[in-house]
Design a protein around this ligand. Structure first.
Ligand code: CP
Ligand code: NVA
Length: 304
């Protein structure tokens, strides 16, 4: 039997996402009602972190415990992963002692090499290119607040990073629009995103125009993990790509603001927006756990 992985958003079909959103709803409702839901009793998740994390670690670890299983944390600093053991060898060994693996790392190629040698499903917990678990939770959050995302418009203001790339994949799978506005030189990678002839994406030079009529406005840090050496140049280049009250005003009247967090108030977003009434950032963070519980259950048990 082939092992299913979740390495990019496009690894799953629309029907599978519809199942996952419905399942996350059931799992979240049970959690809120203090009802035990231990569908992954005795299963083991290994979490490998090559970059820092608060939400991803916590949501996977707490989620797995709530499902009746256990989670083991490995990082580069104090495992052989940081001392040059080949990714392929690590995958062979780690996947013989676990049921599921989550990895946060640098290049997407690392997680792909790991998955090719893994006996168990592998989940992308963020790479330089993608952050599919975050978009899974973000779309679940949008549905929870506003209903179906199909036909809606998402405005992405700022760096065309791992989050933006994943929004673009999701738009294709779930049939919505993404308006992207980035400073020159920081826009979507045309090869990665097949920008030309893509009916789900529109590029804007002016971030205000990208936000016009949008149902969801989102942004992210100017400098993602792994790009710290570019920080000074980025601070200058991104100065006009800050989501503010004016951008939220030009968006749809009931638009929501999302940010995967951690945020830098005063850089990519003003405090009035992230701490204002249209912001759903805390729901987004909480929903990581509920959505990923549905994802882990699906990867191990299929539809239940
Ligand atoms: N949003 C997100 O992935 O947060 P962490 O870096 O804290 O895991
Ligand atoms: N784009 C950010 C997201 C952090 C959760 C980064 O990669 O650092």
């Amino acid at each position: 039997m082939t092992v299913r992985h979740f390495l990019q958003f496009k690894d799953f079909s629309r029907a599978e996402f519809e199942y996952l959103f419905a399942r996350a709803r059931v799992i979240k409702d049970k959690f809120k009602a203090y009802e035990t839901h231990q569908s992954l009793f005795d299963r083991t998740l290994v979490m490998i972190f090559e970059k820092a994390s608060t939400r991803t670690r916590l949501s996977f670890e707490a989620g797995m415990q709530q499902l009746g299983g256990s989670a083991i944390y490995l990082n580069t600093r104090d495992s052989q992963l940081g001392r040059g053991e080949p990714v392929e060898d690590s995958a062979e060994v780690i996947s013989r002692m676990s049921d599921l693996v989550m990895i946060r790392t640098f290049e997407q190629s690392i997680i792909e090499r790991f998955a090719a040698h893994s006996r168990v499903p592998v989940i992308n917990g963020l790479t330089n290119e993608y952050h599919p678990c975050q978009i899974l939770a973000d779309i679940f959050t949008f549905i929870e607040r506003r209903g179906a995302i199909e036909g809606k418009t998402v405005a992405w203001v700022g760096d065309a990073n791992n989050m933006c790339n994943t929004w673009l994949q999701a738009a294709e799978t779930l049939d919505f629009m993404v308006h992207v506005s980035s400073p020159p030189g920081y826009g979507p990678n045309p090869e990665l995103n097949k920008i030309t002839d893509n009916p789900h994406v529109r590029l804007f030079a002016d971030p205000m125009e990208a936000c016009r009529g949008a149902h969801l406005v989102s942004t992210d840090v100017w400098t993602s993990m792994g790009y710290e050496a570019e920080n000074e140049a980025r601070m200058k280049a991104f100065a006009d790509w800050r989501v503010d009250g004016e951008m939220m005003k030009i968006a749809a009247a009931d638009a929501v603001f999302m940010h995967c967090l951690p945020a830098h108030r005063g850089e990519e977003v003003t405090p009035e927006v992230i701490d204002g009434p249209q912001s759903v950032v805390w729901d987004e963070a909480e929903n990581r756990m509920h959505a990923q519980k549905a994802l882990m259950e699906y990867l191990l048990l299929g539809r239940v």
